[in-house]
Design a protein around this ligand. Structure first.
Ligand code: NDP
Length: 266
């Protein structure tokens, strides 16, 4: 699998799970012209220890940015911190990875409250909405800054300017009857279905700016969210997702793909 990503890359929820692995692999496989903005809620806290270690290992290549995606002031402060550092190139790739699933599995109707619904929506939809909206000027800078020649006929790519929303297979309405009883997860499923619509709206809105917007399902992955029975490791999932991301072009904007690049129906 070949992975060709570069430039300024921003990853939310990167202190553990899939987000941490995205940062690790991106740092390991990209050249010196790549800089990774790795976000987490508490950069100094014990839950960010692994991320701090990766940052030390790849000295100068990763900046840790404090970010709670559900808090508008926090997103605004992150934009300011990144803007100070990023230079003329702008932001090439924004990966909206941070998410929550509440209540705990299986998240039945009886176990789910309105508070759960609102809290999950705020993080899983409000978060990607705010980051996309508030980082748009930096993405536009990157989209306008590169020559068409560099992109070999395709006007959109993750090397130029892109938003990747990490979604899930269980957001698919068409597939709901197949998998509902495996994981009911009312709040999580509905939030990710809304994230898919956000992906479609942004793809439509931003295509004139040459900004690609695609949703990707990482597979069922062994993390705190995915649980210990999941078949994929975060290493396997991320390696495959990064390969998919590096191959995305105009035709993939506004789509939901899985970690192997297969289209999932809405
Ligand atoms: P984890 O629970 O392991 O990690 C979630 C990450 O999101 C953590 O870094 C967490 O930070 C962060 N986060 C949560 N809320 C916020 C917030 N308000 N602001 C900033 N960061 C926040 O999840 P995964 O790594 O498994 O999931 C990553 C993505 O993949 C999610 O979008 C998830 O929906 C998706 N996904 C995962 C699957 C799986 O099987 N694992 C399957 C399908 C999709 P903190 O440590 O501070 O809580």
């Amino acid at each position: 699998m070949s992975v060709k990503l570069e430039g300024n890359i921003f990853v939310t929820g990167s202190n553990r799970g899939i987000g941490l692995e995205l940062v690790k692999q991106l740092a390991g496989m990209t050249g010196g012209d790549t800089h990774i903005y790795a976000c987490c809620r508490e950069p100094e806290g014990s839950r960010a220890q692994a991320l701090r270690e990766v940052t030390t290992q790849y000295s100068g290549k990763i900046s840790i940015i404090k970010l709670d995606v559900s808090d508008e002031d926090s997103v605004s402060a992150a934009v300011q911190a990144v803007s100070k550092q990023i230079g003329d190139g702008g932001l090439n790739l924004l990966i909206n990875n941070a998410a929550i699933a509440k209540p705990t599995f299986p998240g039945t109707l009886a176990a789910t409250s309105k508070k759960h619904m609102m809290e999950v929506y705020e993080t899983n939809v409000g978060g990607p909405f705010l980051t996309a909206k508030m980082f748009l000027p930096l993405l536009q800078k990157a989209a306008g800054g590169n020559s068409a020649e560099m992109h070999k006929g395709d006007t959109m790519s993750c090397r130029r300017a892109a938003i990747i929303n990490i979604s899930t297979y269980i957001s698919s309405m068409e597939k709901c009857s197949e998998n509902f009883h495996l994981a009911q997860m009312y709040a999580y499923r509905t939030s990710k279905a809304a994230l898919n619509m956000l992906t479609c709206c942004l793809a439509e809105d931003l295509k004139t700016h040459n900004i690609l917007v695609t949703a990707i399902h990482p597979g069922w992955v062994r993390t705190e969210l995915g649980g210990s029975k999941a078949p994929l490791t975060s290493q396997e999932s991320v390696l495959s997702m990064l390969s998919v991301m590096s191959s995305l072009s105009n035709k993939d904007s506004g789509m939901l793909l899985d970690w192997q690049g297969t289209t999932i129906p809405w």
